[in-house]
Write a protein that binds this ligand. Structure first.
Ligand SMILES: Nc1ncnc2c1ncn2[C@@H]1O[C@H](COP(=O)(O)OP(=O)(O)OP(=O)(O)O)[C@@H](O)[C@H]1O
Ligand SMILES: [Mg+2]
Length: 268
């Protein structure tokens, strides 16, 4: 993570609270061009809040965030360079609409109100569908898709803007282990193919340690961040999960093992 590379997104001494509850405390990190960041942390550790703050959807009460060198409020046209796949995407999969149209909706910010999609918009949608390898499903109604295919539609919708940075919040939450595994294989190869900066929130420590180029361990504070092999140590995991924890290899897939807390020390 050399500082010679362009910084695409950054957080500086970020503090965020909901009402009087502190959720993020003194979080500072940089995302450089082309990096694949994984943000890891237990439930309620502030991962979604961190993404939403970076996108300007939540206001910090202290500290700052910037993307492309601008605060979220001053992004103007640069907002179109940011893709976001939220943890709980608001989309009704029973609604009678084709895959193609859902992906085109992702483009609407660029098309503008009341205007019809032009050639560039149609090409962007085609390209997004090809990138997520569901071009053959373009005419299918979204109600007729599997969970994995739905997830790809949501990502294609974000890619239709042709973003320079893509934020993904728990994109495999609805998938089974095998589907999640092939999804991450695909994400990894897409990252290598395109010069896209990725910020991925995931609970899955195996995925994080195998595919990302940098990892941030969050538990209200940034417990550790850097290269996965340096960061995913017992100390960082213990600080994150609040109990003895270690990673061990099982085949190709690292697993997290936590030692049960002694009586009175809380749950692990
Ligand atoms: N809109 C909100 N109003 C009040 N509290 C909130 C709000 N959103 C989140 N919180 C609280 O902030 C804390 C962090 O939530 P956040 O959603 O950022 O965690 P997370 O790490 O993404 O969790 P998960 O892994 O379950 O998705 C939690 O205690 C949560 O209950
Ligand atoms: Mg979350």
């Amino acid at each position: 993570m050399s500082d010679e590379k362009q910084v695409i997104a950054r957080a500086d001494h970020l503090y965020v609270a909901y009402q009087d509850k502190l959720v993020l405390e003194d979080v500072t990190f940089r995302v450089h061009a082309g990096e694949f960041w994984g943000i890891l942390g237990p439930n309620g550790s502030g991962k979604t809040t961190l993404l939403r703050t970076m996108l300007g959807l939540v206001q910090p009460f202290a500290g700052s965030v910037s993307i492309f060198g601008k605060s979220p409020q001053n992004l103007a046209q640069d907002r179109d360079r940011i893709g976001y796949v939220p943890q709980h995407a608001v989309i009704d999969f029973q609604f009678p609409i084709r895959v193609w149209d859902v992906v085109m909706l992702g483009r609407s910010r660029k098309i503008g109100l009341g205007r019809r999609p032009g050639k560039a918009d149609k090409q962007a949608v085609e390209r997004a569908l090809e990138l997520v390898e569901i071009a053959d499903l373009a005419k299918r109604q979204i109600g007729q898709l599997s969970g994995g295919q739905r997830q790809r539609v949501l990502i294609a919708r974000a890619l239709a803007l042709e973003p320079d940075i893509l934020f993904l919040d728990e994109p495999t939450a609805a998938l089974d282990v095998n589907a999640a595994e092939s999804f991450y294989e695909w994400l990894h190869s897409m990252h290598k193919k395109m010069n896209l900066t990725l910020v991925l929130v995931s609970h899955d420590i195996g995925v994080i340690s195998r595919y990302v180029s940098a990892v941030a361990c969050l538990n209200r504070r940034l417990v550790a961040h850097g290269i996965p092999s340096d960061v995913l140590t017992g100390d960082a995991l213990e600080n994150m999960y609040g109990c003895d924890a270690m990673l061990f290899g099982h085949g190709d897939i690292p697993h997290l093992v936590v030692t049960p807390a002694k009586k009175g020390e809380g749950d692990c």
